[in-house]
Ligand binder design. Structure first.
Ligand code: ASP
Ligand code: MG
Length: 421
């Protein structure tokens, strides 16, 4: 059995016609039969689809937004294809289905499955456009609905992969095609046992690439990004960033845990387990080597800074003159677990527990509703969380300057602070 390769192209790499042409140029010299191309929704399409759902919740008319989104895709296609190419009717069809789905009733209870059903169109459409364009450029490849391969549970919006079924489906449905042709497929989406569309969490297409890479035991997985590779900080926020030539799996996983958005947090583990190297490379400078994430024996000492926006600091204070004990922490964590909310920072004192979480629609309200009887709850929102790995005094002083810090934590290697930006 020959070795496979997995390439992932994110939304920014297919955001307009010129970008899609660039992707096809990258692929032209690199494509072998056994390659899977995983693609995200084009540009900011996922956000635009979220806006449609938002409008629907508010009872506003979503059809103008849907028309704009359709026009965005059609305009790109006009630059890429002949006017009578079948892609145009395919896109019309997807948008008809999308509108039909949006007409269905949406309640607080079915929000998550509804979201997944609607949001999946971004990837379905982008993968179609890319596959048709590659074929037109003479790179013959097959379009595959990834939902036929990736089986998940029914945790809509944060679905967990059923690895066993996914591996079986990869073997049965994907492998035979890959032996003949490259395959273009969607990131981010999957399907549960009942046939419902699920999603793996925002920015989940990287994870899709890792899932397929792992199930195929591929030679490597490459994520094509708009940055040169993995940097020690976001170049849009900090100057003098350093690019890593290589990074250990563990180190990379830790940075993604703190919120480094260069790779989705779940991407590393399945690849590390099988020692599959992960390349992060620039689609703007494809000749450059990027970063390789693999097993590295010398630990990195370069300071890394990770910023997370839209954070909420929630404090739970006991009201009955007792002190915080395991029971309190247990009840807070079990509600968080039910709401699928992850704690980004935790601190306890004699009478209170403070946590930092991401902002997510309905979740904070739910949390307060569930725990409001047991605790006096206060929160601050619209905060920023900065994590520094391998901190040093000068850097910390610099970062803390002029900031109203609401909570901070320091360990030997890691410093975290949450503040009003
Ligand atoms: N399109 C999805 C998102 O924007 C998934 C991805 O891009 O990885 O979150
Ligand atoms: Mg994206």
């Amino acid at each position: 059995m020959s070795k496979t390769f997995v390439f992932k192209f994110g939304g920014a790499s297919v955001k307009d016609a010129a970008s899609i042409k660039n992707v096809s140029k990258i692929l032209l010299n690199r494509l072998r039969n056994q390659t899977v191309i995983v693609v995200s929704a084009m540009g900011k399409t996922t956000n635009a689809l979220e806006d449609l759902i938002d409008k629907k919740i508010k009872g506003e008319d979503f059809s103008p937004n849907s028309t704009i989104l359709k026009k965005y895709h059609l305009d790109i296609c006009h630059d890429l294809f002949d006017p009578n190419h079948s892609i145009f009717s395919q896109i019309e069809n997807y948008f008809l289905q999308l509108l039909r789905d949006l007409e269905k009733p949406l309640t607080k209870e079915n929000y998550d499955p509804y979201y997944d059903q609607v949001i999946a169109y971004g990837e379905l459409i982008s993968s179609r456009i890319l596959q048709e364009y590659l074929c037109q450029m003479g790179i013959y490849c097959i379009w595959q609905d990834v939902r036929e391969i990736i089986r998940t549970n029914s945790d809509f919006r944060f679905a967990k992969v059923d690895w066993e079924t996914t591996a079986l489906k990869t073997k049965k449905n994907l492998r035979p095609i890959l032996d003949k042709f490259p395959v273009v497929t969607q990131g981010f989406i999957g399907r549960d046992k009942k046939g419902n569309t699920t999603t793996l969490g925002r920015e989940g297409s990287d994870f899709t690439a890792a899932i397929l890479g792992s199930c195929l035991k591929s030679a490597s997985v490459t994520i094509w990004k708009d940055v040169e590779g993995v940097l020690n900080a976001d170049p849009k926020r900090f100057s003098n960033t350093v690019k890593f030539e290589e990074l250990d799996y563990k180190e990379a996983a830790e940075l993604t845990y703190y919120g480094a958005s260069v790779i989705h947090p779940k991407t590393i583990k399945p690849l590390a387990n099988l020692s599959i190297p992960l390349f992060v490379r620039s689609f703007n400078q494809p000749e450059k080597s990027g970063t390789i994430i693999h097993k590295v024996s010398t630990p990195n000492t370069v300071p890394c800074i990770v910023v997370k926006d839209e954070q909420i600091l929630v404090s739970f204070k006991v009201t009955d003159f007792t002190f915080i004990n395991e029971g309190h922490i247990h009840s807070i964590y079990s509600e968080l677990e039910k709401l699928k909310l992850r704690v980004n920072l935790l601190q306890t004192s004699a009478i209170s527990v403070s946590i930092v979480i991401d902002k997510q629609i309905y979740k904070l309200e739910n949390l307060i509703e569930k725990l409001g009887k047991e605790f006096e709850i206060r929160y601050n929102d619209s905060l920023q969380l900065i994590t520094v790995k391998n901190h040093n005094p000068i850097l910390m002083k610099d970062l803390m300057q002029d900031r109203e810090i609401l909570m901070e934590q320091l360990t030997r290697t890691t410093f975290q602070m949450v503040f009003k930006p």
